[in-house]
Design a protein around this ligand. Structure first.
Ligand code: GDP
Ligand code: MG
Length: 464
């Protein structure tokens, strides 16, 4: 969708005179791209009309904006604004509060009787729990899917992997009872985010909706989230309306945005139910969850970049543990950052997700981490962690000089036996350990020289 929209808009740059005919051709291309991605037909024709009316009015006004030089911008902006308003219902989604048991219920429908994989509810529940846990909430998951065999096992496995508390039952067959028990238990244990995962299948669709109503009554969710698969297509409108009536959801998450699906159906769901999208699922990993906001989303769709997303990732790092980050900034400034501290920074980055998104902001990370794919980058970072894992406490807390053999005047002349021990212990090579120490030293020197003043950690402190 992005490529086609982008192509349509940039074709504007090739024409010298922008008249109504050009406008109509462009709108036709934009609409074709939207329809092809399964955006609802009615919405597309509305968009076309709105842009046309808006642009024509300015053209005819004869004012400054109607000058030939400004016409292209005018059209691009009108299309941009209309696309944004398609995915922006202007409603603020619920925001979990600290120190309060926020109950979040996930709902969604899997076409009856099919053997297709689910739309990603269970995966998304775990991703959400991880997301909130990273932000300091005590998070948990309740598995209220008793329809699918193995549902609780799946929750148990993914929650364990994510180190999130979970609740479910192998014997209880009433999803309402399980949901109520789980939420009551986690409330008592002072959990701040309690996510209720429900079934997406039933013998009869109407029974599924009834079940959602009952679970809703039992757990009184603060927010109900409709989970939609990006490939949902034109049935999105009817399905989301049906859910809106039974389980009045206040937010939408669109999963599998990384796949071939075009996501247009999800746009229709937003428009049909006036409910905001809050996250996009972008992969099978637990960190593949991107915050959604309308403008950057459309901006990315049109190939205009996403600065806001980058800032959010930085903020995430800072808010996870502000005190610790401040301490790090101070150490950096004073040139006292130990290998242990540095490892923590690397781990922070790894926890945040795709490396290419953020690594360039982290001081001292070797540039070659940014080359190649995210997987390769992640692997290189993991090897760095393995190496530091084989260091002793004393070594980790040091500034790396213990690995150096020094001459009497203090000049380093070689490596000590410690290096080969670490290489053996971590299953890496002496060369890799040497490289890591060298990178650490470069980082420490760089930080000392810059006094940390204009560095990344300083920038983070300003965000607070
Ligand atoms: P449920 O039946 O609705 O609970 O769906 P599941 O959470 O079990 O997910 C079904 C399948 O979709 C699993 O194989 C997941 O790994 C996969 N999946 C879920 N979310 C995403 C996503 O955002 N991207 C990709 N590529 N796969 C996903
Ligand atoms: Mg499931």
């Amino acid at each position: 969708l992005g490529r086609k929209l982008n192509a349509a808009l940039s074709s504007l740059n090739r024409v010298s005179i922008v008249d109504e005919k050009v406008l109509d051709t462009l709108l036709k291309e934009v609409c074709a791209a939207l329809l092809e991605s399964d955006v609802n037909v009615k919405l597309v024709s509305q968009l076309r009309q709105k842009v046309r009316i808006k642009v024509k009015a300015v053209f005819e006004s004869g004012g400054e904006k109607a000058k030939e030089a400004n016409k292209k911008n005018l059209i691009q902006k009108a299309v941009f604004d209309e696309l944004v308003s398609l995915v922006d219902p202007g409603v603020e989604p619920y925001k979990p509060k600290k120190g309060y048991p926020n109950v979040i219920m996930a709902v969604g429908l899997q076409a009856c009787g099919t053997l297709l994989p689910g739309n990603g509810k269970t995966t998304t529940c775990t991703k959400l729990a991880v997301h909130y846990q990273k932000r300091g909430y005590k998070a948990s998951i309740v598995c209220a899917d008793t329809f699918r065999a193995g549902a609780f096992d799946q929750t148990r496995q993914s929650a364990t992997k994510a180190k999130v508390a979970y609740f479910g039952s192998y014997t209880e067959t009433d999803p309402v009872a399980i949901a109520a028990q789980g939420v009551a238990k986690f409330k008592k244990e002072k959990f701040e985010v309690i996510i209720v995962d429900t079934s997406g299948r039933h013998k009869q669709e109407s029974e599924l909706f009834e079940e959602m109503i009952q679970i809703g009554h039992a757990v009184k969710p603060d927010m109900t989230v409709l989970i939609l698969d990006a490939s949902i297509g034109q049935s999105a409108e009817a399905q989301s309306r049906a859910f809106k009536e039974s389980a009045d959801f206040g937010a939408i998450i669109v999963t599998k945005m990384d796949g071939h699906a075009k996501g247009g159906g999800a746009i229709s769901a937003v428009a049909a139910t006036k409910t905001p999208i809050i996250f996009l699922g972008t992969g099978e990993h637990l960190t593949d969850l991107d915050r959604f906001s309308p403008q950057p989303f459309i901006s990315k769709l049109l190939g205009l970049g996403d600065v806001q997303g980058l800032m959010e990732h930085m903020q995430d790092l800072a808010t996870q543990n502000p005190d610790r980050q401040k301490e790090m900034a101070k150490k950096l400034e004073e040139g006292k950052l130990s290998i242990r501290d540095w490892r923590e920074q690397i781990q922070n980055v790894m926890n945040l997700g795709p490396i290419s998104k953020i690594a360039s902001m982290i001081p001292g990370l070797p540039q070659d981490l940014l080359q190649g794919s995210d997987e390769e980058g992640a692997l290189r970072m993991k090897r760095m962690i393995y190496i530091t894992d084989s260091m002793s406490s004393m070594e980790l807390d040091s500034d790396g000089t213990v690995f150096m053999e020094s001459a009497k005047d203090g000049k380093p002349i070689g490596l000590t036996w410690r290096v080969s021990r670490v290489a053996r212990g971590s299953g890496t090579t002496v060369r890799e350990v040497e490289e890591l120490l060298c990178q650490y030293r470069m980082m420490a020197n760089m930080a000392k020289q810059a006094g940390g003043k204009n560095g990344w950690l300083q920038a983070m402190q300003k965000i607070q």
